[in-house]
Design a protein around this ligand. Structure first.
Ligand code: SF4
Length: 476
């Protein structure tokens, strides 16, 4: 690809430098504020939604630290609060609005507190208009393409300028923005942004723009830095991660990129999400089978077991294609863990369509299934379809799906009992602090009584018990 066209995908270096200099100006401003002579000003980030949002919040955190803020776990003690919103389902939007309402009370007590709202929800015009017109206590709103402009927004709030709304939907790649990851041993690594697929129910292409892949050299450099600083589990992220590379002109596709990362020295494991079945190539399955560092876990959203519904969803594959990928995967990668997403009660879904979904689930036997009742999103074609399914039918179908899914999950976890798996100690147990949560290739957590000094290290774990959503084990 011509380098001019290639560069149009990127925010100019000069603009990145301008923002980084605003960050230093914020830092100077804060250091001259007597309120912070004894302790640094604090930031708090509330993140909703998917891993891409979590990765974006790590960039927001990186910028906050550059501006001189320190993290707090308590929004009431924060001087600046960010809400990184999600728009994938109505429930996520309701939660975001509820959090923002709570933070208003903090600002009522201390009007100097700055509130910034970003993410997919406010990248929709009807939502950003609402913030402009009826939520006056929010200092600024930034869409998913404007994260790198946060220093400028913060500076203008500190200087008492008017509220700002950056919602131009200028979706470009901003390299050179620092990320702050809370733990060194697990890391999200965004390799591409946006999506070209326009599934008829999905808001993502409208709020994150068209697909744009990062240069492979930038990805490799970031992966090397992560591994050097102790990352043991790296998840390559993209809305449609396995179509990586179509726009770079480099001739490096997703399977090539995975293999290039596997060549980096170090003791680490590589994951990826989320994949689209139409881009699940034999080449990718071969890479997974051959590369030891790639976790033997494939998340492959199917969404429905009915070809008629897949067509209405604009998914660009049918069940025959999906099953051919699953068969190749199972044949090439013994013991692979397969997980998926299903939308229940998509408009027009008949009882017969739904039963096809149940049959598919029985046949594939997913290790885990993330199922959701269809939620109409304003601006997507499916929201205007006339054959929406009544709530009571949706709920009944969802419950029937769960009745099938959960015993299969237990069966899949049970295959590990008595076996020893190499797993990474990820964090202290949430229910029992004497336990450490480990994770092997399967995405299911493994609870183990272990010393917390093990966190961040791999160990061989013998699985002693399987539950539906987790396993128990002991260190060998
Ligand atoms: S592939 Fe479909 S569901 Fe996934 S982000 Fe793109 S449009 Fe949305």
């Amino acid at each position: 690809m011509d380098s001019c066209i290639q560069n149009e995908k990127y925010v100019e270096d000069a603009e990145i430098e301008r923002q980084l200099s605003f960050a230093l100006e914020v830092k100077r401003h804060l250091s001259s504020d007597s309120r912070f002579s004894d302790s640094a000003p604090k930031y708090y980030i509330q993140t909703l939604g998917c891993q891409q949002n979590e990765a974006d919040s790590e960039r927001i955190a990186g910028l906050c630290r550059l501006m001189g803020y320190e993290e707090t776990e308590d929004p009431a003690s924060a001087n600046i609060i960010f809400v990184n919103t999600c728009a994938i389902r109505e429930h996520a939007e309701i939660r975001a609005i509820s959090f923002i309402g709570e933070y208003k009370h903090i600002k009522d007590n201390d009007p100097s507190v700055i509130i910034g709202v970003g993410g997919c929800m406010v990248t929709q015009d009807h939502r950003s208009d609402k913030f402009k017109n009826s939520i006056p206590y929010v200092n600024f709103v930034f869409d998913t393409g404007s994260i790198h402009k946060i220093p400028e927004l913060v500076l203008s709030s500190l200087q008492g300028q008017k509220r700002k709304f950056l919602t131009e939907k200028d979706f470009r790649i901003a390299e050179g923005i620092p990320s702050y990851r809370k733990n060194a041993h697990t890391a999200w690594l965004s390799i591409m942004y946006g999506c070209n697929n326009f599934c008829s129910y999905c808001i993502v292409p409208y709020v994150r723009g068209r697909e744009r892949s990062r240069r492979s050299a930038d990805v490799i450099e970031e992966a090397k830095k992560l591994i050097d600083s102790g990352a043991k589990d790296i998840t390559l992220l993209g809305q449609n991660v396995n179509s990586y590379g179509k726009d770079t002109g480099e001739g490096v596709d997703f399977a090539d990129l995975m293999r290039m990362i596997c060549r980096i020295d170090g003791n680490f494991r590589l994951r990826f999400m989320t994949s689209h079945p139409k881009d699940a190539s034999d080449k990718l399955i071969e890479a997974m089978a051959e590369e030891e560092k790639i976790a033997k876990h494939f998340h492959l959203p199917v969404q429905s077991g009915s070809d008629a519904i897949l067509k209405k969803m604009n998914r660009h594959y049918d069940i025959e294609k999906y099953m051919s990928v699953i068969e190749k995967l199972k044949a090439s990668v013994p013991d692979v863990s397969i997980t998926s997403d299903i939308i229940v009660a998509f408009p027009g879904e008949t009882e017969e369509d739904f039963e096809k979904t149940l049959s598919l689930v029985e046949e594939v036997r997913f290790d885990a299934l993330f199922s959701f009742i269809y939620s109409p999103r304003i601006g997507t074609p499916a929201a205007d379809m006339s054959d929406q399914i009544p709530k009571e039918v949706s709920r009944e179908r969802f419950a029937r799906l769960m009745d099938i899914v959960n015993p299969i999950s237990l069966e899949r976890n049970t295959r590990f009992v008595g076996r020893t798996l190499r797993a990474l100690a990820e964090e202290q147990g949430k229910n029992d602090p004497r336990q450490i949560t480990f994770r092997a290739d399967s995405p299911r957590p493994i609870h183990v009584y272990a010393d917390k000094n093990m966190i961040g290290n791999f160990a061989d774990i013998k699985i002693t018990k399987a539950e539906t959503f987790s396993m128990n084990g002991e260190i060998v």
